[in-house]
Design a protein around this ligand. Structure first.
Ligand code: PAN
Ligand code: ZN
Length: 205
């Protein structure tokens, strides 16, 4: 075993351990990434025909997630690295699925390492916020806020590290049903925040 390998044993015992985030190659040593492709965001992009046209040519990878998962018990922290590729579906930038934490009262810290992005957030009551993600930006996602990352660069990957309580879990259901209240689209070459026509306020759902 080299010092750069993370082992299953290290990931499950309560011994301290170190893992290596290779910032230049945008990966975590010894961790197999989870790959999310366009097809897993069906229904999320506004322009359904643009979505279908891309899928007819193949199913591009949107992002990769290197997760250092910890046991889902109180006090443990999971962390990892996400690499979100650039691209658009119609005028809408590539983005992550986005989720609430299943344990709603859990927050998360995101640290942007590279690229240019926006993090779209909202509460179950419909409050919303968009935070810029640029290298060095640390975005604090408070408990109760759903979050989705959007890559607004033309050619660069958006790369960010995150840490959250290991027992938080992920609830994708609400976002899969109607998306976020706000979408990030290209308007005259620059990212703009627009209303999502599919989104309904809580009282009308
Ligand atoms: C992140 C996200 C990761 C991928 O680890 O899970 O960036 O986004 P989706 O899970 O929405 O596909 C996080 O927020 N964890 O809680
Ligand atoms: Zn999260």
């Amino acid at each position: 075993m080299t010092t750069q390998q993370i082992t299953t044993q290290q990931m499950t015992t309560q011994q301290p351990f170190t893992f290596f985030l290779n910032q230049f190659e945008a990966r975590i040593e010894g961790v197999e990434p989870l790959v999310r492709r366009l097809s897993s965001l069906r229904g999320q992009f506004l322009d359904q025909s643009a979505f279908d046209a891309i899928l007819a040519q193949g199913d591009p990878m949107l992002y990769k997630v290197y997760a250092v998962d910890r046991p889902g018990v109180d006090g443990e922290l999971s962390s990892g690295l996400t690499i979100l590729h650039p691209g658009k579906v119609g005028d809408e930038y590539f983005m992550t699925k986005g989720h609430f934490h299943a344990v709603l009262e859990t927050g998360e810290v995101y640290y942007c390492l590279g690229g240019r992005g926006m993090m779209v957030m909202e509460t179950p009551e419909g409050d919303w916020h968009v935070a810029e993600m640029t290298p060095g930006a640390v975005v604090y996602v408070p408990p109760r806020w759903a979050h989705r990352s959007v890559n607004v660069s033309i050619a660069e990957d958006l790369v960010f590290f995150w840490v959250y309580p290991a027992n938080a879990g992920h609830d994708y259901g609400a976002i899969e049903r109607q998306g976020f209240r706000k979408l990030i689209v290209a308007q005259e070459g620059a990212p703009a925040i627009v209303d999502n026509p599919r989104w309904l306020p809580p009282a009308q759902r």
